[in-house]
Structures are given as C-alpha cells and as structure tokens.
Design a protein around this ligand. Sequence first.
Ligand code: PLP
Length: 418
Amino acid sequence: MNELAIRGADVPTLDVASIRAEFPILSRQVHGRPLVYLDNAATSQTPRRVIEAFDDYYGRYNANIHRGLHTLADEATAAFEGTRETVRGFLNAAEGREIIFTRGTTEAINLVANAWGRANLGAGDEVLISRLEHHSNIVPWQLLARELGFTIKVIPVDERGVLDLDAYRALLGERTRLVAVNHVSNAFGTVNPVKEMAALAHAHGALILVDGAQATPHQEVDVRDIDADFYAFSGHKVYGPTGVGVLYGKAALLEAMPPWQGGGEMISTVSFEAGTTFAEIPHKFEAGTPAIAEVIALGEALRWTTGVGLAAIGAWEQRLLERATAAVSRIDGLRILGTAPGKAGVLSFVVDGAHAQDIGLLIDQLGVAIRTGHHCAQPLLAQFGVDATCRASFAAYNTLDEIDTFAEALERVIGMVR
Ligand code: PLP
C-alpha cells in the first residue's frame, strides 16, 4: 500500500504563513521579484533555528568531540550525540548505535557498498536495483560489480513510473544478496512499497537497502515497520544543512561489517606490533572529525520537521501538487512524466518545442526556481525518450499563490521560446 495515500480526515492543516516567517531566505527577491522556490527535491530551505544552531555552536562551544575532557568538548559531544538520539526517534530505530553520520545519502550508500558489499558479494551473486534509482544508488554498485564480478539486475517501471512488482518477484532468486531501492523517486515522485519489497527480499534471504532521501521530507518513516536492513537520507532535503546525512543499519549487520575508512575515532587500539582493533558501532564507521556543527543543526531540523508534523506536511504538499498538476495540464503540448497514484510532491514535465534548460533559465528571470536536467536519473529518463525534464517540487512553506505564479510564469516562458 502506498503510504502517502493513507490520510485520515484528522490530519492537521499547516499554518503556512507562520512557517514561512521562520525561513529568512523566503523573503528575498530574485531578479527583482519575490522568490518562488520550487526546487525542494534538490535542496530544501532551512528555518532560522537551524541557521542559529551554527551560530550557537561556533559562538559558544566549538570543540572536537568524544576525546576531550574539557567543558566545551563535553558540550559539543552531548549536542552531537543528542542528534543521534533525535535521528533514532525520527526513524524509530531500536538503538542509537544503529545511526551512523555520513556526508549524505550518497556516502551512506557507498558505505554499505564498500563495507557490507566487499565482505558479502562475489561472482555469481546478484544485486537488484530499480530503474527509478538516483545515480547514487546505481554507480556505487556498478563500481563494485566491476571489481567483484557480481551481477546487477534492474527492476523495470511502467509508463506511469511505477515499479513492476511482478517483475521484481520474478527477479528475486537464490542468488539475490541485496535489493537497493529508493523509497520515493526524486525524478517522478513515485512512492515505492518498500515494506512489501523488504518482506519479499527477506523471504529470499536477501537484504534491503532503502534510499530514503526523498521520503524523509514528506512522510513519517519507521525503519522497524519497513524492516529495512539499511536506510539512508540526507540532511539538506529535510530542512537541514548540506554535508551531513545518515545511514541506519540493523545493529547485528553493522557489527559484522568491516570498517570502510580508517583513521581517528574509529579505532580501539593501534599498534605497529599487534595491529589495530576497532571501536564499537557506530564509531567504527565514523572515521575522523565529523561535520559537528552540521550534525547538531540536523538535530534542530528534524525536531522542527516533526514539530510541524510530517503527516500535515505531506497532506499540504498534495494540495500543492494537485493545484500545480491542474494548472500545467492546461498548457498545450506539455507532458507530465511520472503519474504514479499517490506520488509525492514532485511534478516533472516536458514541453513540445521548448527545451527544459531554456524554460529553467527563463523562468528564473521571473523569480521562480525549478530544476531542469536529468535529475541524476538518466536510465529512467532514457526509458521515456527524454534527456531532461523540468521539475517543480514542493515543501511545507510553499503556498497556493506561489503555484499560480509558477503556472503563469511557465505559460509566459513557453510562449517566449516556442
Ligand atoms: N537519492 C535520491 C533519491 C536523491 O534524490 C538524492 C539527491 O538528489 C540522492 C540520493 C543523493 O543525495 P546526496 O546528494 O545528498 O547524497
């Protein structure tokens, strides 16, 4: 069942005006017009309290964590580890040690590939990914497959951008070691039935890695309910900073995995004579000084997001999506790509006789920020016979008026380039 489709009438509505007031960037002008920011699937904006977390850290308690005995180090460590607990709650993970801080989703997937993959994959094995994947859930597996000789198989999608579950069932077999799929597609907004997919993977003795970069901003995620073995997301798509993300992994799996990067923090003892022993999880996978301020600010972002309420955010984004879909559908020669039922707040489209890049550049002149290009999903776009789309994607702070401004601006620029 598609999680975003499940909405009770009791979902609280958002006070969008007061939400907007918390985001300083939303009051700026672009080319002399009020900014209409509809590039949220690439990076969402950050509320003031997230920005202030940086100021507070660097102004009051900037210190390296874990190894200091002084007050500043203690405070920084407590704030850093406090975020681990916030993330644990955000994902409903069983234990804080199952939360590993990374640079983002990309690094989290590379961690699984290099630590778990190198220890567990070889010739004859199969890894299933889908055609909906972002390049960051394709290329790490291709790089490793080239080295280790395992095979990558691809779950197909239909003309709506929905995964073919019968094909998935048929691809699963005794050689399948891992299924690596996104929870929500960044290019089309498709919400994948990852709980069902996890159960099927497990029935075949395979693990499942879920790329949650586009799910965590729009819906509540429960890694234990999904029964995900690994789950990854990025801070900058959930109202948080860039340069920080999370890998959740089941404790027993993480404990059995070798480290992937060596250095400080991840060791227990180092000796030229006796060799090196490693720290316990999660520190075994956090070599070197992490992005301390970013991790602390991520905690603020997740507390802000859960405070507003993901059910309410998701429901509001659906209203924005409906309004935008209705408005752009009236435009002659415009084709929406990605029409999965219950999809997230992502609207991808192409326009006859107008290249996406031209539309993106011209609409920016009218103050509207959308994304144009291949969205790091070239295999998906290739299936639809295009190399680029325009993509508008929505967040808690977008308004219905902004959708109207976007639709009017779009009609204007299409008129200019055709
Ligand atoms: N996976 C999906 C579905 C994404 O949308 C993105 C970013 O657009 C990523 C992975 C990569 O995230 P990051 O660049 O933050 O590592």
